[in-house]
Design a protein around this ligand. Structure first.
Ligand code: GRF
Length: 192
């Protein structure tokens, strides 16, 4: 009889929106035998990520602000994930989550932090600012979560050059391409 000594590592994903990164992560880890995506959590019942996860047969969980206080943390503790991935999750992570999962909660941000981070700096707001300031370079940051927005220790950054003709949409496209290219492999590296 063969015994599988490898423990299955569980990833939990949090997303509030379209879920293109969540979908990439799900697809990537389908091919990794000792890792599974346990559940995709969202605060937004209308989030596109719900359909994407369901299409891949991944469990989803929509939670309310009240459930976020205690219930969701309790669930996470019983799942015991190797990593908690914020992929476009817009709510702040409470301190008791960080205390219970030190160095296990990571986020992806669509700029080269510390530039264009902080409160209100999400989605197109970031790309509009990058455009307005005529940046020649932008990129992505994967970082650990702390109690503020976008200030936790940086794990990984990737850059892309911008051209004078790049508008906000093109800046968003270039940034998204970097996210899709690097995020899953970085998660894999962290849990390996
Ligand atoms: C990404 O740009 C990510 O950097 C930011 O939110 C966006 C999520 O996009 N935190 P999606 O829902 O994965 O398509």
């Amino acid at each position: 009889m063969r015994v599988n000594h490898k423990k299955l590592k569980k990833i939990v994903v949090f997303s509030s929106g379209a879920g293109s990164n969540a979908e990439k992560i799900i697809s990537y880890f389908k091919k990794v035998s000792d890792v599974c995506i346990s559940v995709v959590y969202t605060n937004n019942p209308a989030a596109g990520v719900l359909k994407k996860a369901k299409n891949h047969g991944v469990k989803t969980r929509v939670f309310s602000a009240q459930e976020y206080q205690k219930e969701v943390l309790k669930e996470l503790l019983s799942i015991d994930p190797a990593i908690i991935v914020l992929a476009g999750f817009l709510w702040k992570i409470p301190k008791n989550y960080i205390d219970n999962f030190p160095n296990k909660i990571i986020n992806i941000h669509p700029s080269l932090l510390p530039k264009y981070g902080g409160n209100g700096m999400y989605g197109n707001n970031v790309f509009k600012e990058v455009f307005k300031n005529k940046e020649e370079l932008t990129g992505i940051t994967i970082h650990y979560i702390d109690e503020k927005f976008d200030t936790g220790p940086i794990i990984f950054q990737a850059q892309v050059k911008l051209l004078p003709k790049d508008d906000v949409t093109e800046i968003a496209n270039k940034t998204r391409q970097l996210e899709h290219k690097f995020f899953s492999a970085q998660i894999h590296k962290l849990i390996r």
